[in-house]
Each structure stands twice: as structure tokens, then as C-alpha cells.
Design a protein around this ligand. Structure first.
Ligand code: ATP
Length: 228
């Protein structure tokens, strides 16, 4: 489903963030991306959803070479990808319900279906009772659960999460992981860049380790492998 061939990324300031990566991620996989700070993890995941364009190489997403997409074709790609960040990025003036419904309106979902689907994803993250709350009325963990609900509302084939538990205490981090596990069980691919050693070591999923922009380890039931 995601295939990178000989992918390089040099930023305009000359930093080589990704140096010749070859990788294939199949439908339904759960993959952790680990590595030291500045190793290139964020750049690697940004390449997958065309937030960053490679300097060289090809990246196929469900059969399409996304490096060749015109900018106007990028929204269509993004509909197939849910993205979750460390710092939530909810719209502060919209309620929880509206933040999620907005993602459905953007893809012109029929208004009749929106309410059902929004309540469905709020149920998955156990926040139906917060539908009318505003982001600043939520705890950090609740905030992140809403962002996850928003990321899956359009039924993406993959969810890409960049350090989604970074701002959360261990208890909230684990409840977020339960939600990602549930999302993955329903067949959605999950790719997660993380520094959370205990989560990676407990879950025993595929682990791709990146150092200096290169893949140094790729194990099916891997470990974090660094000091926390
Ligand atoms: N927009 C940018 N312009 C220039 N250099 C950048 C840019 N984004 C990242 N870099 C550099 O590219 C390298 C890889 O950064 P990246 O954010 O991908 O690493 P990371 O592994 O995600 O780090 P962290 O774990 O600290 O989030 C670093 O040297 C960083 O300073």
C-alpha cells in the first residue's frame, strides 16, 4: 500500500533528512517508526502524505506515484489518509462535533450521513458526551481522542500519527493506544512515529528504526531499542 524506492530528501537549507530509503508497508499493518531526535522520522512520515516532496525517488500509495501528483490532486490523496499530530490541531472556535463534521463537509459527504458517522467515531473514542464541548474545555487526552476521531471520520485506508502520545501522561497514552489498536483491528493501516519506549516494547509490532535518515532496523515483532 505504501512503497518507497530510493527516496532522498534534502531540505532547502542543505540538511539531508532522508538518505536513500526503500520500504514497503502492507495494508492492515501496524508500524512503529523509532529513532533518535532529528533522525528523520517526521520527514519520513510527511513524505507518505505529500506534506514533503522527495528530492529523489518514488513513493507509491495504493498504486499511485504520489511524487508525481499535481498540487490540485493532493486533496484526493489526503482523503485516503488520516493524520494525527502531537499537538492536536483542533479548530478552537468549533465544537468537538463541528471539528469532526468539518472533515466530512470538506469531502462533500451527504448531510444526512454526517451526523451518524460523527457520532459513530465519537463513540469509538468514548466521547459522545463531549460533542458540544469546545476544544479548550477538554483535557489533553480528550483533545487527542477527538483528533483521532477526526482523522478516521472519512474512513481512510491508513492513519499516520506523528508522536501522538508525546504530550500525554502514561495513562492517557495507553488509552490512545487502545484506540489505535481498535482502528487497526478494523483493517486500517497504522504508521506511528514515537519516542514511547514502553508502548513499543509492550505492543510487539513491526518496528522501523531510522538513524541519520536511513533505515537501520526493520523487525516484525520489534523493540524500541534505545534508552527512553
Ligand atoms: N523544514 C525543514 N527545513 C530544514 N530542515 C529540516 C526541516 N524539517 C526538519 N529538518 C531537519 O531534518 C532532520 C530530520 O528532522 P525530522 O523532524 O524529520 O526528525 P525526527 O526524527 O522526526 O526528530 P524528532 O524525534 O526530534 O521529532 C533534522 O536535522 C531537522 O533539523
Amino acid at each position: 500500500m505504501i512503497e518507497m524506492k530510493d527516496v532522498w530528501k534534502a531540505y532547502p537549507n542543505g540538511v539531508m533528512a532522508v538518505n536513500g530509503i526503500n520500504i514497503s508497508i502492507d495494508k492492515g499493518e501496524f508500524v512503529y517508526i523509532v529513532g533518535p531526535s532529528g533522525a528523520g522520522k517526521s520527514t519520513f512520515v510527511k513524505l507518505m502524505y505529500r506534506e514533503v516532496k522527495p528530492t529523489k525517488g518514488t513513493i507509491h500509495f495504493n498504486g499511485t506515484d504520489i511524487t508525481k501528483l499535481k498540487n490540485r490532486q493532493v486533496p484526493k490523496l489526503r482523503r485516503q489518509i488520516g493524520v494525527v499530530f502531537q499537538d492536536f490541531k483542533l479548530l478552537p472556535k468549533l465544537t468537538v462535533y463541528e471539528n469532526i463534521a468539518f472533515a466530512q463537509e470538506v469531502i462533500e459527504e451527504h448531510p444526512r450521513n454526517i451526523r451518524t458517522r460523527v457520532m459513530e467515531v465519537l463513540d469509538l473514542v468514548k466521547l459522545q458526551h463531549k460533542a458540544r464541548s469546545f476544544p479548550d474545555e477538554l483535557s489533553g487526552g480528550e483533545h487527542q481522542r477527538v483528533s483521532i476521531a477526526r482523522s478516521i471520520v472519512n474512513n481512510p485506508s491508513v492513519v499516520i500519527a506523528d508522536e501522538p502520545t508525546g504530550n500525554l501522561d502514561p495513562e492517557n497514552a495507553w488509552s490512545i493506544m487502545d484506540i489505535f489498536e481498535e482502528i487497526n483491528r478494523s483493517g486500517t493501516t497504522v504508521v506511528m512515529a514515537t519516542h514511547n519506549k514502553s508502548i513499543v516494547n509492550t505492543m510487539k509490532r513491526r518496528v522501523i528504526a531510522i538513524e541519520d535518515g536511513m533505515i537501520v532496523r526493520d523487525e516484525l515483532r520489534g523493540e524500541y531499542g534505545y534508552e527512553a
